[in-house]
Write a protein that binds this ligand. Sequence first.
Ligand SMILES: [Zn+2]
Length: 415
Amino acid sequence: MKSNIDRLANKIENALSIDEKIRPQPGSSDEVNTRDQSKVGNAEHARISKDGNINAEADQSSIGIDGDSSSSSTSDYGASYSSSSDSDSDDERGIYNGPSPPLAVHMPLLPAGSKSVFAKDQSVLDAIVDIIRDGRAKKIVVMAGAGISTDAGIPDFRSPGTGLYDNLQSYNLPHPEAIFSIDYFKKNPKPFYVLAKELYPGQYVPTQSHFFVKMLADKGLLQRHYTQNIDCLERVAGIDPELIVEAHGSFHTAHCIGKKCRREFSQSWVREKILADEIPRCDTCTSLIKPDITFFGEGLPSRFFDLLEHDFSSCDLLIVMGTSLLVQPFASLINDVAESVPRLLINRVRVGEARLPGSGFDFDGRHAGRLHRDALILGDCDEACTLLAQRLGWADCLAELRSAFMLQKSPAAAR
Ligand SMILES: [Zn+2]
């Protein structure tokens, strides 16, 4: 396992070395302007292609938090869990289609006179690494979405041709998100339990990204990990539950949905029922029992609201990974760290960018007079975490975490 990780790290390192050596200067003859089909924002960055070529790109198709008219208020944390649209929320529910694009570290071309938390003539990647290595980041907050679980093999329930999709088709869901609608669940809980059986914790192995967060925790650098994922892979990776906020709930606990009852049921009891294709019902009031996953139309867990003010006000480095930042109120949390706190987004596409100063990421220092503090790595979360670990000198530590996990999970297989 370690050698695989090393190979991946070497591959990324080699590609990046090429980037740093031949990074094109704006306007120079080396600069190659291309326009690909992915959603890339409207500034330049170095995309490292598989053959080591660097392309500077420009595109206008970025997605902004406030630009999405159907998003809920960016400041209303009292709002219930909401998604901007069926198709846009794929990312939040474990859906990532297509091959992984090559990793690309964004190179901000800041307007003259703008101030940045990052040193001049230093790539944002090196800047983030220095901030962690120098001890300037000791209260790191991580915000994560489905992108960190993609490589765990969490099944895509909306991709035709998959067994799970075919199973769910027979239930004639009015739309894919209905499976997470509390109103639909009350009328027809079966599709949710079919999905739950597939997703139930214990069947999937955490990814490099999960172990990277575990590593931050082990080094005493993690203030808190906020996840939108319901797969419990943070817990499975061994991160102290005290350091995790499952913003959209998880399978870890379950309750009777009867308004007057609300009796709690153990994960093991619910798991047994779900794996036996039985619909779990409360033996006190006969209402349905639902794992404590936040459905559309439900409020977020109180733990989310209890901790966010403390965590985000004391945060000294924010790392956002694998999320489209389209689901509120989670998406707005990026605005809750102090204005001088560096923020790193690792994602396949640019997301969460500000149309108005102070309301989202500003990777290119477009908002005059504001301190530039946003760094961007475009690409696969696991590759980026591997690269970060390597640059930090922690590649062995990351590899050991995974090896130890595999050994514990299956001693025979690890030998
Ligand atoms: Zn009950």
